[in-house]
Structures are given as C-alpha cells and as structure tokens.
Write a protein that binds this ligand. Structure first.
Ligand code: ATP
Length: 327
C-alpha cells in the first residue's frame, strides 16, 4: 500500500502494462487542494477519519423530527459568501448539519448550490465566511478538515490511468483505512462494479463513474458527505443501492448534504431542507415547518413548498426564513 504524504511514485502493474503516477498530484486532485501541501500536511496513514459521534437511526422522511438531542454539528457554515467576477453566487449563508442528519439542499438553477458545496469541499477557495468540519476549521487546517469529508460531484472524473480497484486502494491509503479489501469487495458488489474492477477510470460510463465515487466515499466512513445530484447517472438498481447507502451512512453518524432537483428524492431521504435562491437562504427546516412558515396547505409536497418559497413574496434577498434558531 502506498503511504500518502510522500512525493513517491506509484507503479501500477495492470493488464495494460506499467503506469507511473505522481502520487502528490493524485492527492491534490482527489482532495481538491487549492495549493501545494507539504508532506506533513497530507493525511498520515493510520489516522482514522471517522467522526467522533454515536451512531444515529437511519434517515426518516423530511417531515419527521431531526435526530435528537441536539449535539455539536458535524458541519457548520457561517457567513459564507462567494463572488465570481461580479456575480454574487452565495451571500452570507449560515447553516449547520448534525451528525446523522441528511440535509436536502434545493433551489432553482443558479441558486448557488454547487458553489456552496464546492466551497465547503475546499474545491473553491473560501472568499468569505467560515466552514468547520467535524470540529476543524477548513481555513486553519485544510488537510485535517478534509480527512473527514467525502465529496461526490455531479459528474465525477476518476483518474484515467487507474483501475477501479486502484482507485479504492488509493483512497484507502489516502485516508488511512487499514483493512479495506473486504469493505471494497462489498461496495463493488453492492454497486455492481465487480466485473469492472480492472477497468480504467477513462473506460467507465457516467453511471459507473458515479458508482465508483460512491464506493470511494463509503470506503473511509466520512463524517461529512457532500453530494451534488448524486443519482443523476444511475440506473434504477443503482439508485436503490445509493439511497440505501445514503441512509446507512447517516445511520452510522455521517452528516449528509444532498443537493438535487429531484424533490421526491429529497422528500424521501432528508430530515431537513435548505432552500437557496439567488445565493441566499430562503428557508431552513423540516417540511412540516416549511408548511407552517410558508402558509402552505397541510400535506403539501416539497414541490409546492419549493414553489411557494421561490416564487412568492419571500423570493429574493428579503425572503430568509429560519424555522429554528438552532439551524
Ligand atoms: P444549478 O441548479 O443550475 O446547478 P446551482 O444552484 O448549483 O445551479 P451555481 O452553479 O452555484 O448554482 O451558480 C450560482 C451562480 O454563480 C450562477 O449565477 C452562476 O452563473 C454563477 N457561476 C457559477 N460558476 C461560475 C463560474 N465559474 N464563473 C462565473 N460565474 C459562475
């Protein structure tokens, strides 16, 4: 196994011959590092990446009560703002996610969802605000914070020259997962990638890339999981496996942010919803709280809530509604 934190070379002996990859480039790309890190900053082997929290029950409907009692958040975002050359993508956004909680992140196109997730993941440099991941300030100790994090973008791009199995081995090495093979086997079976274990990243279909991203995220038991439209490329069986796996992750104590336009999915999996519009929070709370706060009829769907939150008088910069001070 390759120890991370070395400017070493990995020699991968696959069926297509010897491939040499600079491990430091892989580490930077995988963790989305915005700068070159020193050896000591990279995750040392043997450090468990788990969140220090008790397991929680599996996720429930969004209208159900969030896990209780309140505990320190696994993820805290305070005053996050991001501007792209004149475009204010995210404005003064604050929220928290508890261990074991699934937060559904929704909003119209261009609302700032991906920008928010990429900022938390450290893929975009933090311009303004503070992100704390499992107790570690992202700006102060980026490597340590990222050790607790799994990031599943909407179109994962695995390394072209690594096989599926090598991605798992690399992820295990990077996150210091000692006994990874049995877990990897189970994940490959679960996501129907067993037959593709020797396929290169560049040979995978979109759905398979998505499944590989799930396997890598699940392998190291993250404390915080960020997912941007994670089911968009999956087949029906893959969707079911992914939904089960998301519930299990939360059940093991991970805080999950699930960003999607599939409101039925959010309704099914999330404990709470966070609605963004034009970069601002327009609502945060449970579906029941949304119905009450936005004067939506009892039993109204998330779709109706969404329309009320983003089309009504609360639309735009004046519309922030917080269902609970704790959030
Ligand atoms: P969607 O649902 O369409 O994926 P989103 O909620 O994820 O949208 P973002 O991708 O975060 O929204 O975009 C938020 C705003 O920032 C939009 O106005 C968008 O045009 C702008 N934006 C995003 N990325 C860039 C970029 N690289 N350069 C300039 N502007 C950008």
């Amino acid at each position: 196994m390759v120890a991370p934190g070395r400017h070493a070379r990995v020699r991968a002996h696959g069926p297509r011959g010897v491939r040499t990859i600079r491990i430091v480039e892989l580490v930077r790309a995988t963790l989305g590092l915005s700068r070159t890190m020193t050896d000591s900053e990279l995750a040392p082997p043997g450090v468990p990446p788990h969140v220090d929290s008790a397991p929680q029950p599996a996720a429930a409907q969004v209208s159900a009560a969030a896990p209780s009692p309140p505990r320190p958040p696994a993820l805290a975002v305070q005053g996050l703002s991001k501007t792209y050359e004149g475009t204010q993508a995210v404005s003064d956004l604050s929220f928290m996610v508890a261990p074991g909680e699934i937060l559904g992140l929704v909003g119209p196109n261009g609302a700032g969802k991906t920008t928010t997730l990429r900022s938390i993941a450290g893929v975009l440099p933090l311009q303004q605000g503070r992100v704390t991941i499992c107790g570690t300030d992202l700006a102060r100790d980026e490597a340590r914070a990222k050790r607790h994090l799994a990031w599943i973008p909407d179109d994962p791009q695995p390394f072209d020259s690594l096989t599926v199995n090598e991605h798992l081995r690399f992820t295990a090495s990077l996150y210091g997962v000692g006994e990874w093979k049995a877990g990897a086997e189970e994940l490959l079976r679960r996501f129907e990638l067993t037959e593709k274990r020797e396929a290169l990243g560049g040979e995978l279909s979109r759905g398979m890339r998505q499944k590989l991203a799930f396997c890598c995220a699940w392998l190291h038991v993250p404390g915080v999981v960020l997912m941007d439209e994670p089911l968009s490329g999956l087949d029906p069986r893959g969707i079911r496996s992914a939904k089960d796996a998301i519930r299990e992750l939360a059940g093991q104590g991970a805080a999950v942010i699930l960003s999607s336009h599939l409101l039925v999915l959010i309704e099914e999996l999330a404990h709470r919803i966070l609605i963004l519009d034009r970069g601002r929070k327009v609502f945060a709370g449970t579906l029941d709280e949304a119905r009450a706060t936005l004067s939506a009829p009892p039993g109204s769907s998330l779709e109706e809530i969404f329309m009320a939150a983003t089309e009504g008088p609360q639309h735009g910069n004046d519309g922030e509604v917080e269902a609970s001070a704790r959030r």
